[in-house]
Design a protein. Structure first.
Length: 203
């Protein structure tokens, strides 16, 4: 019960149709299992081929919501933790400019949140998921590319250094659990890759 008596607001706990578990949904379930009272706010976009405006709207809305929470006098008095989800796309080569730009901005945004709210005991950290086996990442691509799910899964697995296997929503959820817990009490402003070692590969 690492989050006993805590309240967690999870933005984006919904997920695309498909196999497995999305990052947000897994995080909401993990936090609830660990004793938190979980409130879910869904802002999910169905299409992976988003326009620039939609990407900025999605990322901006979620970020603004988290930032707005820190304005509450009660929150400032009690402290707390903000955990943003960006992507390894922010620090690696990626074909979609708008997606990469908004995820990169999320890192800078989180660092600023961490600095500005440190005096109130509010911590802010950001997780960078790598190649994940989630409905949005795999099933959506399989549908859009008219490929079998197993083929898309195998192709993505082959790119992951650790065991040649993608991570899951539960891996992101467990990282978020640590950052939300008192065990991470002295950790703020951190960018945490959850990527099976992809970020240490060179060349």
């Amino acid at each position: 019960m690492r989050l006993k008596d805590k309240v967690a607001i999870v933005v984006g706990a919904g997920q695309s149709p498909g196999e497995g578990m999305g990052n947000g949904r897994a995080t909401a379930l993990t936090f609830a299992r660990e004793g938190a009272k979980v409130l879910c706010v869904d802002h999910h976009l169905e299409s992976a081929q988003e326009t620039v405006d939609l990407i900025v709207a999605e990322q901006g809305t979620a970020a603004a919501f988290r930032a707005d929470v820190t304005k509450s006098a009660d929150i400032k008095a009690m402290g707390g933790a903000i955990i943003n989800i960006a992507s390894m796309a922010a620090i690696t080569t990626y074909p979609y400019v708008a997606y990469k730009a908004t995820k990169s901005a999320m890192i800078a945004f989180t660092e600023q949140l961490a600095y500005q709210n440190a005096e109130y005991g509010i911590r802010a950290n950001v997780i960078l998921p790598g190649l994940m086996n989630t409905p949005m990442a795999v099933d959506t691509r399989a549908r859009e590319w008219s490929k079998p799910r197993a083929e898309v899964e195998a192709e993505r697995d082959s790119k992951v250094p650790l065991r040649r296997k993608m991570g899951t929503g539960w891996d992101v959820a467990n990282a978020a659990l640590f950052l939300a817990s008192d065990e991470a009490n002295f950790i703020t402003g951190v960018t945490l890759p959850v990527d099976g070692g992809a970020s240490v590969r060179r060349g």
